[in-house]
Design a protein around this ligand. Structure first.
Ligand SMILES: NC(=O)c1ccc[n+]([C@@H]2O[C@H](COP(=O)([O-])OP(=O)(O)OC[C@H]3O[C@@H](n4cnc5c(N)ncnc54)[C@H](OP(=O)(O)O)[C@@H]3O)[C@@H](O)[C@H]2O)c1
Length: 267
């Protein structure tokens, strides 16, 4: 389900910053706390000096990260986590194919699956092959020179962040009983049934407990956010236009408060 269309909107849904004020009845969060989180899609977004968020959608930010890097985590980190573990049920030893492995969601999915003990296969262009191996991918298929369907068979799970033709060609690489989770298209039941697999099309949900778990992995040095570029808020348009090109490595971050003043406030 998509958020309702309305104007004007404040874009962006993930945030890292300092709590300025808490609403009535909030007992588990206080002014001055450093938090990060994924905002509810039905509310105004995070590309702003002040953000109104539900307390339940925020968690203590990873202690080892500054706000710029913490702000790169919630949306993509939660999406990767929910796709892999809530929907696909990926476990140690599973062979997992991650499409768009070098992107915002993909870079987290590769690292989470690797830390869980899965065999990780990613798709990306040639320039990202060594980068993904360093992040924890066991195999990388360069989509510009090879068709993954010619090289792969009997995969336990596919996590698709690309959609289109990539999604359409993914059903055939799964083992019977395998699962395809897409965040970039539909997974019709009839097609899944034809291949004898399960198909899921998902929309990420805010989840404090999962953010706490992800922060733990980051602070333990087992997972890291990948920040491709940082844009000051007045250059937000440039950031969104760059994102639309579809070749971001990791995340683009809007910085609301200049670095010299960035102890608190939002990124
Ligand atoms: N449903 C949900 O809950 C949810 C949540 C988050 C995001 N999304 C959506 O999911 C999609 C992915 O989000 P994102 O933030 O991860 O995207 P992104 O960061 O913009 O993805 C860019 C990456 O995609 C790779 N890529 C492009 N074409 C590819 C191909 N044919 N095969 C493999 N990799 C390819 C690029 O690698 P190269 O540079 O190597 O080509 C680049 O690293 C977007 O459409 C986004 O709106 C949905």
């Amino acid at each position: 389900m998509r958020p309702p269309s309305r104007r004007p909107i404040v874009p962006s849904f993930e945030v890292s910053g300092i709590v300025e004020r808490v609403g009535a009845g909030v007992t588990d969060m206080k002014r001055g706390e450093l938090v990060y989180g994924l905002l509810n899609f039905w509310r105004d977004g995070a590309a702003a000096e002040l953000v109104a968020a539900r307390a339940a959608d925020l968690a203590p930010k990873p202690r080892s990260l500054d706000h710029v890097h913490a702000a790169a985590v919630p949306l993509s980190g939660l999406t990767a986590w929910q796709a892999l573990f809530d929907h696909a049920g990926v476990a140690a030893g599973d062979r997992v194919l991650i499409h768009g492995a070098a992107g915002g969601v993909g870079t987290f999915a590769v690292q989470f699956a690797h830390t869980r003990g899965a065999h990780v296969i990613g798709t990306a262009s040639k320039r990202n092959v060594a980068f993904l191996e360093e992040l924890g991918a066991d195999e990388v298929v360069d989509y510009s020179s090879a068709r993954f369907g010619d090289r792969l068979r009997r995969v336990d799970a596919v996590i698709d962040t690309v959609g289109g033709d990539t999604l359409d060609r993914s059903w055939g690489v799964l083992r019977p009983g395998g699962v395809l989770v897409t965040i970039a298209g539909d997974a019709p039941e009839a097609i899944a049934a034809k291949y004898g697999v399960r198909g899921v099309s998902m929309l990420v949900q805010p989840d404090r407990a999962q953010l706490v778990e992800i922060a733990g992995l980051i602070d333990a040095g087992r997972v890291r956010p990948v920040v491709d570029a940082v844009f000051p808020l007045p250059r937000a348009r440039e950031a969104f236009e760059r994102g639309l090109l579809g070749h971001t490595r990791g995340k683009l971050v809007l910085q609301v408060v200049p670095p010299s003043d960035a102890v608190g406030r939002s990124s």
